[in-house]
Design a protein around this ligand. Structure first.
Ligand code: BTN
Length: 305
């Protein structure tokens, strides 16, 4: 049955081959039901009505909240391929197959904010990575608004409190020729669950908002604030105020000045000092021999020099 649906969608050009690859491992039938039942599912604690009550967003009018999906990014890509309207938000109380960067798994139990934005900005591909940096600034500002200090952004997209990860961003841009068809921006924020319940690997490295604030924080309030913060910075983005966004990012950077081991997605690993980010959002690193290297995609670990 799954293959039949998949073939049908492909035949009707409803989904690209690239998206189909992912969906062939997924519950296509579940997705079809999701699309049919958009907005009809009763959730437990992230109440859509509470999100839209007194909500001053001009941008985000189309908000869907689910009890459980595999991944809000995967669902969003599916919906985007189906032509869902611009500026749609997909939220889920829980994800069964949450995805992180570099193909990593993203633990997404109840008590977090797991959401994706579907946007169709009129920009060329080279600007897509700036959207991730802008989203990082929006998340950092959101967290700070709950009176939490020591919030920093680790390039390209980790948000840290006291050096521990509280949030990650997974941006997926689908382009046709040189321009962007749509972008799905997935944001995960650890809000109320106890990091002690996470895998051993993550326990020591992560923190939740409630732990940092010393009190419970309503997920709905985090969602509302984030959408408003994103909208503010997205207006700057649309007005091509890229320098303002980069300035904001640099101010909150955990990365600049650190001696690190760079792990590139396409390229060698090497050590060096982070000098800054350039106007495309790439990391600029000074190697031991004094040469500068530009890192477009990858990540880094701090090392003691
Ligand atoms: C990372 O730091 O590796 C990125 C994590 C991104 C997680 C979010 S949660 C909502 C959205 N759906 C996903 O499957 N991933 C992103």
């Amino acid at each position: 049955m799954r293959n039949e649906i998949l073939n049908l969608l492909k035949k009707e050009n409803k989904i690209s081959n690239e998206a189909a690859e992912e969906f062939s491992n997924a519950e296509i039938e579940g997705f079809t039901n999701i699309v049919k039942e958009l907005g009809e599912e009763k959730t437990d604690y992230i109440d859509r009505e509470k999100i839209i009550k007194n909500f001053e967003s001009e941008l985000f009018k189309n908000i869907y909240v689910y009890k459980e999906v595999m991944s809000t990014n995967t669902v969003s890509k599916f919906l985007a391929e189906q032509g869902i309207e611009n500026n749609t938000v997909v939220i889920s109380e829980k994800q069964t197959k949450g995805r992180g960067r570099s193909g990593k798994k993203w633990e997404s139990p109840l008590g977090g904010v797991w959401l994706s934005l579907i946007i169709r900005p009129q920009i060329d591909q080279t600007k897509a990575s700036l959207i991730t940096l802008a989203t990082g600034v929006a998340v950092a500002n959101t967290i700070r608004s709950f009176d939490i200090d020591n919030v920093e952004i680790k390039w390209p997209n980790d948000i840290l409190i006291d050096g521990k990860k509280v949030s990650g961003i997974l941006t997926e841009a689908i382009a046709k020729l040189n321009s962007i068809n749509y972008i799905v921006i997935g944001v995960g924020i650890d809000v109320n669950f106890d990091n002690e319940d996470m895998s051993d690997e993550l326990k020591e490295l992560t923190i939740s908002l409630s732990k940092a604030a010393g009190k419970k924080i309503e997920e709905v309030n985090v969602i509302k604030r984030f959408l408003i913060e994103f909208e503010k910075i997205f207006i700057d983005f649309e007005e091509e105020k890229y320098e303002d966004i980069l300035k904001e990012w640099r101010k909150q950077s955990f990365s600049i000045g650190k001696y690190v081991r760079i792990k590139q997605l396409f390229g060698n690993n090497f050590d060096g000092y982070i000098i800054g980010i350039n106007k495309e959002g790439a990391l600029i690193v000074e190697k031991a021999d004094g040469t500068l290297e530009k890192v477009i995609s990858g990540e880094f670990d701090i090392i003691n020099d």
